[in-house]
Design a protein around this ligand. Structure first.
Ligand code: ADP
Ligand code: ASP
Ligand code: MG
Length: 410
């Protein structure tokens, strides 16, 4: 059978680990599988490249950022392929472009729009392991674009879908998906199974163990997706369609995101068209806006506040300053010392009081809430970044997430 295996940065952080990954891949080949491998850049390479760019200029252009970041994955595909060849395992490395991955033109936030699998299939037919650079693709005009931080997961699922692979395995530095980030919450529990919808929420709300778009594609194309450790043989976590809402946990996990910033516009005019002007201008700059709050109107004026990714803060501020006059805002401020904590659970919708329990949990920990947003399967609160670890732990405890749900598997 055909399998896609993706190895994250920590799993290929040094030559020793690259050799271990190569041995694992060779094992899959010896078991009779055809294997496509996706790798991330080694260790913290992507962060280091970004830091380097910022030493050159405070405001590097997104195109050149992509050009720079894409080199990280090119290093790891070459080294891993050499390690495979050294083990007498026939293999070839391919960049995103060589693997036929076409992306749209949004630099640093590209989306895969098409995969031409001809080259991949011909290499597989020659009995080779194909090692593809994650996180990158090329536009029809030949421009390299990357898929957003953590985007190698998405490359792997997209390849699995395009090739009709039996399974997409995401190998990482934890044993699977946990009820909260195990680095913050030692008592977090590994989940054996999680639904696409819950995983999508967790991933979108900051659980970096999977890239949100990877979960979306797995759901859309019915790709069986597993998160496993690259350091042991544990079964990991299966992400799949779980239909029965009745059985769903009220709260299945806590996610956190320290990469957010809030922008506030004061005293904007209270008339039709104001919000559309503000958010159209942000959309034009390809900035995703998360939470939005419009305060109570007084004297014909409103306050509007919203959150964006911290990476987008300076461009978002430029955008709102451009339209400040048009919307009559008397002031613009920002806060980049915030974080967001969220609870996720498909069963929440049928239990009133879940949000209240969350606010209680934060109150008991003496944590102040700056913004709130809810949906059928999540509640999010913006709080001070300094308090994020305490908040995640307090909520994990409040909802007893360390204990297996009654009747469920341990
Ligand atoms: P990789 O380099 O393999 O892609 P990442 O650092 O992107 O690895 O993702 C794995 C990390 O995700 C873990 O080390 C863990 O700290 C973090 N993480 C956050 N939330 C969760 C969660 N709910 N379950 C498991 N890991 C999580
Ligand atoms: N190397 C990229 C990053 O650090 C992509 C990935 O690891 O998935 O974001
Ligand atoms: Mg990752």
């Amino acid at each position: 059978m055909l399998v896609v295996q993706k190895f994250g940065g920590t799993s290929v952080a040094d030559p020793g680990r690259i050799a271990r990954v190569a041995a694992r891949i060779k094992g899959a080949v010896q078991d009779g599988h055809r294997v496509v491998v996706v790798v991330s850049a080694m260790g913290d390479t992507t962060d280091e490249l970004l830091a380097l760019a910022r030493e050159v200029t405070r405001n590097p252009s997104p195109r050149e950022i992509d050009m720079l970041m894409a080199t990280g994955e090119q290093v790891s595909i070459a080294l891993l392929t050499m390690a495979l060849q050294a083990k007498d395992c026939d293999a070839i490395s391919l960049t995103g472009a060589q693997a036929g991955i076409t992306t749209d033109g949004i630099h640093t936030k590209g989306r895969i729009v098409d995969i031409d699998t001809a080259r991949l299939r011909s290499e597989l037919d020659r009995g080779r392991v194909v090692v593809v650079a994650g996180f990158q693709g090329v536009t029809p005009d030949g421009e390299i674009t990357t898929l957003g931080r953590g985007g190698s997961d998405t490359t792997a699922v997209a390849l699995a879908a395009a090739l009709g692979a039996e399974v997409c395995e995401i190998y990482t530095d934890v044993d699977g998906v946990y009820t909260a980030d195990p680095r913050l919450v030692p008592e977090a529990r590994k989940l054996d199974v999680i639904s696409h919808d819950e995983m999508l929420e967790l991933a979108s709300l900051g659980a970096v163990v999977l890239h949100p778009r990877a979960v979306e594609l797995a759901k859309l194309y019915g790709v069986p997706l597993v998160v496993r450790s690259s350091f042991n043989d544990g079964p990991g976590t299966l992400i799949k369609e779980v239909g029965d809402l009745e059985k769903a946990a009220v709260v299945s996990g806590v996610a956190h995101d320290v990469n957010i910033a809030k922008i506030s516009l004061f005293d904007v005019e209270d008339r039709p068209g104001i919000a559309s002007r503000i958010f159209r201008e942000l959309a034009r700059s390809n900035i995703n806006v998360d939470m939005i709050i419009q305060g109570a109107m007084r004297d014909g004026r409103n306050d509007i506040a919203f959150t964006v990714s911290r990476d987008d803060l300076s461009r978002a501020l430029e955008a709102v300053h451009r339209i400040q006059g048009l919307v009559g805002a008397k002031g613009i401020t920002f806060n980049d010392t915030l974080a967001k904590v969220s609870i996720v659970g498909a069963g929440m919708v049928s239990y009133p009081g879940v949000a209240a329990t969350m606010f209680e949990g934060l109150a008991e920990a003496g944590i102040n809430i700056a913004m709130i947003s809810t949906s059928e399967i999540k509640v999010s609160c913006v709080i001070s970044r300094e308090e994020i670890e305490r908040a995640v732990r307090a909520l994990h405890m409040k909802f007893n997430l360390g204990e297996a749900p009654a009747g469920g598997p341990a």
